[in-house]
Design a protein around this ligand. Structure first.
Ligand code: FE
Length: 330
Protein backbone atom coordinates (compact mmCIF):
# COMPACT_ATOMS: atom_id res chain seq x y z
CA UNK A 1 0.00 0.00 0.00
CA UNK A 2 2.67 2.43 1.10
CA UNK A 3 4.86 1.28 -1.76
CA UNK A 4 2.08 1.96 -4.22
CA UNK A 5 1.40 5.46 -2.86
CA UNK A 6 5.08 6.26 -3.05
CA UNK A 7 5.26 5.04 -6.63
CA UNK A 8 2.28 7.22 -7.54
CA UNK A 9 3.76 10.34 -5.94
CA UNK A 10 7.12 9.75 -7.64
CA UNK A 11 5.31 9.41 -10.95
CA UNK A 12 3.46 12.65 -10.27
CA UNK A 13 6.71 14.42 -9.45
CA UNK A 14 8.27 13.17 -12.65
CA UNK A 15 5.26 14.28 -14.65
CA UNK A 16 5.22 17.79 -13.14
CA UNK A 17 6.69 20.30 -15.57
CA UNK A 18 9.96 21.94 -14.59
CA UNK A 19 9.39 25.34 -12.94
CA UNK A 20 9.10 27.97 -15.62
CA UNK A 21 11.66 30.73 -15.64
CA UNK A 22 10.69 34.13 -14.27
CA UNK A 23 11.94 37.24 -16.02
CA UNK A 24 12.43 40.32 -13.84
CA UNK A 25 12.99 43.77 -15.32
CA UNK A 26 14.55 46.06 -12.75
CA UNK A 27 16.04 49.53 -12.41
CA UNK A 28 17.62 48.65 -9.08
CA UNK A 29 21.39 48.28 -8.81
CA UNK A 30 22.48 44.72 -9.53
CA UNK A 31 24.24 44.24 -6.18
CA UNK A 32 21.00 45.11 -4.32
CA UNK A 33 18.79 42.67 -6.16
CA UNK A 34 20.98 39.71 -7.11
CA UNK A 35 21.35 38.19 -3.61
CA UNK A 36 17.55 38.18 -3.18
CA UNK A 37 16.91 36.55 -6.51
CA UNK A 38 19.54 33.94 -5.79
CA UNK A 39 17.95 33.18 -2.41
CA UNK A 40 14.59 32.74 -4.10
CA UNK A 41 15.97 30.34 -6.66
CA UNK A 42 17.77 28.38 -3.93
CA UNK A 43 14.54 28.00 -1.97
CA UNK A 44 12.10 27.34 -4.78
CA UNK A 45 14.25 26.04 -7.64
CA UNK A 46 12.52 28.59 -9.86
CA UNK A 47 15.12 30.10 -12.20
CA UNK A 48 14.96 33.89 -12.44
CA UNK A 49 16.45 35.92 -15.25
CA UNK A 50 17.20 39.58 -14.53
CA UNK A 51 17.22 42.42 -17.02
CA UNK A 52 18.83 45.59 -15.66
CA UNK A 53 18.50 49.21 -16.65
CA UNK A 54 19.29 51.84 -14.03
CA UNK A 55 16.94 54.27 -15.76
CA UNK A 56 13.36 53.41 -14.77
CA UNK A 57 11.95 55.48 -17.65
CA UNK A 58 13.99 53.62 -20.25
CA UNK A 59 13.02 50.27 -18.75
CA UNK A 60 9.32 51.13 -18.82
CA UNK A 61 9.61 52.35 -22.42
CA UNK A 62 11.23 49.01 -23.31
CA UNK A 63 8.31 47.16 -21.70
CA UNK A 64 5.81 49.28 -23.59
CA UNK A 65 7.63 48.82 -26.92
CA UNK A 66 7.76 45.04 -26.44
CA UNK A 67 4.04 44.94 -25.69
CA UNK A 68 2.52 41.45 -25.78
CA UNK A 69 5.86 40.01 -26.92
CA UNK A 70 7.67 41.08 -23.77
CA UNK A 71 9.38 38.24 -21.90
CA UNK A 72 9.05 40.20 -18.64
CA UNK A 73 6.95 38.85 -15.78
CA UNK A 74 7.85 41.30 -13.02
CA UNK A 75 8.90 44.95 -12.88
CA UNK A 76 10.88 46.09 -9.84
CA UNK A 77 11.68 49.78 -9.56
CA UNK A 78 11.88 52.60 -7.04
CA UNK A 79 9.61 55.51 -6.16
CA UNK A 80 5.82 55.67 -6.16
CA UNK A 81 6.17 58.23 -8.95
CA UNK A 82 7.73 55.65 -11.27
CA UNK A 83 5.39 52.86 -10.21
CA UNK A 84 2.39 55.10 -10.79
CA UNK A 85 3.78 55.93 -14.22
CA UNK A 86 3.96 52.21 -15.00
CA UNK A 87 0.25 51.88 -14.21
CA UNK A 88 -0.55 54.88 -16.42
CA UNK A 89 1.38 53.28 -19.27
CA UNK A 90 -0.68 50.10 -18.86
CA UNK A 91 2.38 47.99 -18.11
CA UNK A 92 1.07 46.21 -15.01
CA UNK A 93 -1.88 44.03 -14.03
CA UNK A 94 -3.91 43.94 -10.81
CA UNK A 95 -2.88 41.18 -8.42
CA UNK A 96 -5.48 39.89 -6.01
CA UNK A 97 -3.42 38.41 -3.21
CA UNK A 98 -4.53 38.15 0.41
CA UNK A 99 -0.89 37.57 1.36
CA UNK A 100 0.32 40.79 -0.25
CA UNK A 101 -2.57 42.75 1.25
CA UNK A 102 -1.78 41.35 4.69
CA UNK A 103 1.97 41.93 4.44
CA UNK A 104 2.07 45.39 2.82
CA UNK A 105 0.24 48.35 4.46
CA UNK A 106 -2.36 50.06 2.27
CA UNK A 107 -0.43 53.33 1.87
CA UNK A 108 2.56 51.45 0.45
CA UNK A 109 0.72 49.73 -2.39
CA UNK A 110 -1.27 50.74 -5.44
CA UNK A 111 -4.97 51.31 -4.60
CA UNK A 112 -5.77 49.04 -7.57
CA UNK A 113 -3.19 46.45 -6.51
CA UNK A 114 -1.00 46.81 -9.59
CA UNK A 115 2.16 47.25 -7.51
CA UNK A 116 3.32 46.66 -3.97
CA UNK A 117 5.97 48.48 -1.94
CA UNK A 118 8.71 46.11 -0.81
CA UNK A 119 11.05 48.45 1.05
CA UNK A 120 10.59 51.88 2.56
CA UNK A 121 12.86 54.92 2.55
CA UNK A 122 12.14 58.06 4.51
CA UNK A 123 12.93 61.40 2.87
CA UNK A 124 13.59 63.47 5.91
CA UNK A 125 15.66 66.23 7.51
CA UNK A 126 19.40 65.83 8.20
CA UNK A 127 21.42 68.28 10.26
CA UNK A 128 24.96 69.17 11.25
CA UNK A 129 25.32 68.13 14.88
CA UNK A 130 27.68 71.04 15.69
CA UNK A 131 25.32 73.68 14.36
CA UNK A 132 21.81 72.46 14.98
CA UNK A 133 20.01 70.98 17.95
CA UNK A 134 17.17 68.54 17.32
CA UNK A 135 14.93 70.90 19.32
CA UNK A 136 15.48 73.53 16.55
CA UNK A 137 13.81 71.17 14.08
CA UNK A 138 10.20 70.19 13.52
CA UNK A 139 8.61 70.10 10.06
CA UNK A 140 9.43 70.35 6.36
CA UNK A 141 7.41 73.58 6.39
CA UNK A 142 9.56 75.03 9.17
CA UNK A 143 12.61 74.83 6.86
CA UNK A 144 10.96 77.77 5.06
CA UNK A 145 11.25 79.87 8.23
CA UNK A 146 13.71 82.80 7.82
CA UNK A 147 15.68 81.43 10.79
CA UNK A 148 17.20 78.96 8.26
CA UNK A 149 18.29 81.68 5.82
CA UNK A 150 21.58 80.69 4.17
CA UNK A 151 21.57 77.38 6.06
CA UNK A 152 19.42 74.97 4.01
CA UNK A 153 20.60 72.59 1.28
CA UNK A 154 18.38 70.76 -1.18
CA UNK A 155 18.80 68.36 -4.06
CA UNK A 156 17.74 69.61 -7.52
CA UNK A 157 14.02 69.70 -8.25
CA UNK A 158 14.35 67.57 -11.39
CA UNK A 159 14.83 64.51 -9.17
CA UNK A 160 11.80 62.28 -8.70
CA UNK A 161 12.35 62.06 -4.91
CA UNK A 162 11.72 65.78 -4.40
CA UNK A 163 8.86 65.76 -6.88
CA UNK A 164 7.28 62.98 -4.81
CA UNK A 165 7.79 64.89 -1.55
CA UNK A 166 6.27 68.08 -2.97
CA UNK A 167 3.48 66.10 -4.67
CA UNK A 168 2.36 64.59 -1.36
CA UNK A 169 2.57 68.04 0.28
CA UNK A 170 0.25 69.41 -2.42
CA UNK A 171 -2.19 66.58 -1.75
CA UNK A 172 -2.27 67.05 2.02
CA UNK A 173 -1.73 70.81 2.46
CA UNK A 174 -2.95 72.28 -0.80
CA UNK A 175 -1.01 73.91 -3.64
CA UNK A 176 -1.02 77.43 -2.19
CA UNK A 177 0.48 76.51 1.14
CA UNK A 178 2.96 74.15 -0.50
CA UNK A 179 4.12 76.84 -2.91
CA UNK A 180 4.72 79.26 -0.04
CA UNK A 181 6.82 76.59 1.70
CA UNK A 182 8.86 75.83 -1.41
CA UNK A 183 9.47 79.56 -1.98
CA UNK A 184 10.68 79.79 1.60
CA UNK A 185 13.06 76.88 1.05
CA UNK A 186 14.50 78.54 -2.04
CA UNK A 187 14.99 81.79 -0.11
CA UNK A 188 16.90 79.88 2.59
CA UNK A 189 19.33 77.99 0.35
CA UNK A 190 22.98 77.97 1.42
CA UNK A 191 24.16 76.68 -1.96
CA UNK A 192 22.88 75.82 -5.44
CA UNK A 193 20.77 72.63 -5.32
CA UNK A 194 22.90 69.46 -5.26
CA UNK A 195 22.95 66.81 -7.97
CA UNK A 196 22.52 63.95 -5.51
CA UNK A 197 21.70 63.17 -1.89
CA UNK A 198 25.19 61.96 -1.01
CA UNK A 199 26.85 65.24 -2.04
CA UNK A 200 24.21 67.07 -0.01
CA UNK A 201 24.82 64.98 3.12
CA UNK A 202 28.58 65.44 2.76
CA UNK A 203 28.06 69.20 2.52
CA UNK A 204 26.07 69.10 5.78
CA UNK A 205 28.88 67.08 7.38
CA UNK A 206 31.42 69.64 6.15
CA UNK A 207 29.37 72.51 7.59
CA UNK A 208 28.55 74.08 4.22
CA UNK A 209 24.91 73.66 5.10
CA UNK A 210 23.29 73.25 8.50
CA UNK A 211 20.21 71.32 7.39
CA UNK A 212 18.94 69.50 4.33
CA UNK A 213 16.52 66.87 3.04
CA UNK A 214 17.66 63.45 1.86
CA UNK A 215 16.71 59.77 1.73
CA UNK A 216 17.66 57.71 4.75
CA UNK A 217 19.54 54.98 2.83
CA UNK A 218 22.04 57.49 1.43
CA UNK A 219 22.78 58.42 5.02
CA UNK A 220 23.27 54.72 5.80
CA UNK A 221 25.73 54.31 2.94
CA UNK A 222 27.64 57.42 4.03
CA UNK A 223 27.83 56.21 7.65
CA UNK A 224 29.42 52.97 6.42
CA UNK A 225 32.24 55.04 4.89
CA UNK A 226 32.38 57.91 7.40
CA UNK A 227 31.09 56.64 10.74
CA UNK A 228 32.09 59.87 12.51
CA UNK A 229 30.42 62.28 10.09
CA UNK A 230 28.72 65.12 11.99
CA UNK A 231 25.30 64.43 10.52
CA UNK A 232 22.17 63.05 12.11
CA UNK A 233 18.68 62.24 10.89
CA UNK A 234 15.67 64.09 12.25
CA UNK A 235 12.26 62.60 11.52
CA UNK A 236 10.09 65.45 10.23
CA UNK A 237 6.46 66.19 11.06
CA UNK A 238 6.17 63.74 13.92
CA UNK A 239 3.44 65.79 15.62
CA UNK A 240 1.62 66.13 12.32
CA UNK A 241 1.18 63.86 9.32
CA UNK A 242 4.44 61.97 9.82
CA UNK A 243 7.63 61.73 7.81
CA UNK A 244 7.41 61.43 4.03
CA UNK A 245 8.17 57.89 2.90
CA UNK A 246 8.56 56.30 -0.47
CA UNK A 247 9.11 52.74 -1.65
CA UNK A 248 10.89 50.41 -3.91
CA UNK A 249 8.22 48.15 -5.29
CA UNK A 250 7.16 45.52 -7.76
CA UNK A 251 4.27 44.61 -10.01
CA UNK A 252 3.40 41.83 -12.43
CA UNK A 253 3.55 42.84 -16.06
CA UNK A 254 0.36 43.00 -18.08
CA UNK A 255 1.66 40.49 -20.62
CA UNK A 256 3.34 38.04 -18.24
CA UNK A 257 2.90 34.45 -19.40
CA UNK A 258 3.80 33.27 -15.95
CA UNK A 259 1.63 35.36 -13.68
CA UNK A 260 0.85 32.66 -11.09
CA UNK A 261 4.57 32.03 -10.56
CA UNK A 262 5.23 35.79 -10.55
CA UNK A 263 2.62 36.25 -7.81
CA UNK A 264 4.32 33.62 -5.65
CA UNK A 265 7.58 35.52 -6.12
CA UNK A 266 5.99 38.82 -5.02
CA UNK A 267 4.36 37.13 -2.04
CA UNK A 268 7.72 35.68 -1.04
CA UNK A 269 9.35 39.11 -1.34
CA UNK A 270 6.76 40.53 1.08
CA UNK A 271 7.24 37.71 3.59
CA UNK A 272 9.26 38.09 6.80
CA UNK A 273 11.80 35.62 5.40
CA UNK A 274 12.69 37.88 2.48
CA UNK A 275 11.96 41.37 3.80
CA UNK A 276 15.21 41.84 5.69
CA UNK A 277 17.18 40.52 2.76
CA UNK A 278 15.46 43.05 0.52
CA UNK A 279 15.62 46.08 2.84
CA UNK A 280 18.91 45.63 4.69
CA UNK A 281 21.11 45.49 1.58
CA UNK A 282 20.22 49.12 0.88
CA UNK A 283 19.79 50.36 4.49
CA UNK A 284 16.04 50.60 3.95
CA UNK A 285 13.07 49.80 6.16
CA UNK A 286 11.07 46.63 5.56
CA UNK A 287 7.67 47.46 4.05
CA UNK A 288 6.12 44.63 6.08
CA UNK A 289 5.54 46.18 9.54
CA UNK A 290 5.97 42.81 11.26
CA UNK A 291 9.64 42.85 10.28
CA UNK A 292 12.26 44.80 12.26
CA UNK A 293 14.75 46.96 10.37
CA UNK A 294 18.45 46.19 10.42
CA UNK A 295 19.96 47.29 13.80
CA UNK A 296 22.12 49.88 11.98
CA UNK A 297 18.98 51.46 10.52
CA UNK A 298 16.93 51.02 13.71
CA UNK A 299 19.54 53.10 15.55
CA UNK A 300 18.31 56.28 13.82
CA UNK A 301 15.11 55.96 15.83
CA UNK A 302 11.50 54.96 15.43
CA UNK A 303 9.24 57.31 13.51
CA UNK A 304 5.70 57.82 12.35
CA UNK A 305 5.22 57.53 8.57
CA UNK A 306 2.97 59.82 6.59
CA UNK A 307 0.30 57.34 5.53
CA UNK A 308 -0.79 59.21 2.43
CA UNK A 309 -0.84 56.67 -0.42
CA UNK A 310 2.54 56.62 -2.15
CA UNK A 311 0.83 56.64 -5.56
CA UNK A 312 0.06 60.33 -4.94
CA UNK A 313 3.74 60.91 -5.72
CA UNK A 314 2.80 60.02 -9.28
CA UNK A 315 -0.62 61.56 -9.65
CA UNK A 316 0.65 64.91 -8.31
CA UNK A 317 4.02 64.80 -10.04
CA UNK A 318 3.21 67.15 -12.94
CA UNK A 319 1.69 69.69 -10.59
CA UNK A 320 4.70 69.40 -8.28
CA UNK A 321 7.15 70.03 -11.14
CA UNK A 322 5.25 73.14 -12.24
CA UNK A 323 4.98 74.44 -8.69
CA UNK A 324 8.70 74.04 -8.04
CA UNK A 325 9.47 75.82 -11.30
CA UNK A 326 7.18 78.73 -10.38
CA UNK A 327 8.83 78.94 -6.97
CA UNK A 328 12.26 79.28 -8.56
CA UNK A 329 13.45 75.91 -7.24
CA UNK A 330 16.09 74.73 -9.72
FE1 FE B 1 18.19 56.62 -4.71
Amino acid sequence: MLKKALAVSVALLAAAPASAELVVYTSRAEHLIKPIIEAYTRQTKVPVKMVFDRNAGTLMEKLRAEGANSPADVLITVDGGNLWQATQMGLLRPVNSATLKANIPAHLRDPKNQWFGLSVRARTIFYNTDKVKPSDLSTYADLANPKWKGRLCLRTSNNVYNQSLVGTMIQSQGAQKTEAIVRGWVANLAAEPFANDTALLEAIGAGRCDVGIANTYYFGRLLDKQPNIKVKAFFADQSGRGTHVNVSGAGITKHSKNAAEAQKFLEWLSSPAAQNLFADLNHEYPANPQVQPDPKVAKWGKFKQDVINVSVAGSKQKQAVMLMKRAGYK
